[in-house]
Design a protein around this ligand. Structure first.
Ligand code: PHE
Length: 339
């Protein structure tokens, strides 16, 4: 009897099955009422009583081994039936939950794309700058009061090195290395030592535009900005240019767009004026051209710079700039699907 049990244990342990039906056949063969294991239990009755305890234990072990083996073989095959509901498509690529782009990235891409349609290419520059590219070459002389307009983060050990306060530094880098004609936009992150509030942050984003060629005029600047405003905010958008001052442009201006939230009637976003300021601009000052080795007798150009946060707030009616930096998924998820 013991030999028979050992033999069956060895047999059961080496069982293999190629399908669920085969597993079921094996279960019947060993474990059903008329199976080989059950037959041994029948024989157990005739075992001498002093051996019953030992043999009984072995028999139970055999039964457990057989049960385990059958379960193990079964789990090798997926027994769960999958049913397709009406709107499931099994030929679709594997599904995954995509994240959403940050609203600032969406708007930055849109700005790049609007300008690339009229021949502007996109370039970048370093966030850690030197005084020359952020200020001096842009016609901010050493003691120019306009340096105070932008509260600058300097590197403590070297006042010549700073975090760029505007993307105009990339204008200089580009003009130093590229021969006109130049038609480019420069998106990037900029830094100013400002208190954080609903309307200001110490880190924000700008896109700078630069166009240098022979005979570039203020009319070209105005036309380009009007095209941009209509593409960005809609065909009915109006623009308004007000005189302003930047050391690196002459003449300089600031551009307002008609408030796209109230349609110009007046609301709290436009402070009941019907207009919202979105950018600074002007004709590149001849000094800035000469500082970069471009002959200002031959070439003229225009530049403009806008804050991406401001444009995004207007476009999506976002009232607090801090939302852009908090990474609250409830805010960010609202932009899923947009590129
Ligand atoms: N750099 C200016 C600013 O940050 C904006 C600007 C860019 C103005 C280009 C004129 C021309 O305020």
């Amino acid at each position: 009897m013991k030999d028979r049990i050992d033999q069956l244990v060895a047999e059961v342990e080496s069982l293999k099955a190629g399908s669920l039906e085969e597993v079921e056949q094996l279960r019947l063969k060993y474990l059903s009422k008329k199976g080989l294991v059950s037959a041994l239990f029948d024989d157990f009755k005739s075992v001498a009583s002093e051996k019953k305890r030992e043999v009984g234990q072995l028999l139970n072990e055999l039964k457990n081994t057989a049960n385990q083996k059958i379960d193990e073989l079964k789990s090798g095959f997926d027994t769960e039936e999958t049913t397709l509901s009406e709107n499931q498509d099994p030929s679709r690529p594997a599904f995954f939950q995509p994240g959403s782009r940050h609203p600032l990235s969406i708007v930055r891409n849109q700005i790049n794309e609007i300008f690339s349609r009229i021949g502007f290419t996109v370039a970048d520059g370093p966030e850690i700058e030197d005084d020359w590219h952020n200020f001096s070459a842009l016609n901010f002389t050493a003691d120019h009061p306009a340096r105070d307009m932008q509260d600058t983060f300097f590197i403590a050990t070297n006042p010549d090195i700073l975090l760029r306060t505007h993307t105009s530094s990339i204008q200089i880098r580009t003009m130093e290395t590229t021969k006109p004609p130049i038609r480019m936009v420069f998106p990037g992150r900029v830094f100013r030592n400002e208190a954080i509030s609903a309307r200001a942050h110490c880190i924000f984003h700008q896109v700078e535009g630069l166009y240098i060629d022979k005979h570039v005029s203020f009319a070209d600047l105005k036309q380009t900005l009007m095209y941009f405003a209509k593409e960005m905010f809609g065909e009915n958008t109006k623009i308004r240019l007000r005189p302003s001052y930047f050391p690196f442009t002459e003449p300089s201006g600031e551009m307002d767009v008609s408030c796209n939230i109230c349609g110009g009637v007046g609301c709290n976003i436009c402070k009941y004026t019907g207009w919202v300021e979105i950018l600074g601009c002007g004709m590149v000052d001849p000094n800035a051209l000469e500082n970069c080795g471009i002959d200002s007798q031959i070439y003229t150009g225009f530049a403009f710079g806008m804050g991406i946060e401001r444009i995004t707030m207007l476009k999506y009616q976002i009232k607090d700039l801090r939302l852009f930096f908090e990474n609250d998924v409830r805010f960010l998820r609202q932009f899923s699907g947009a590129f």
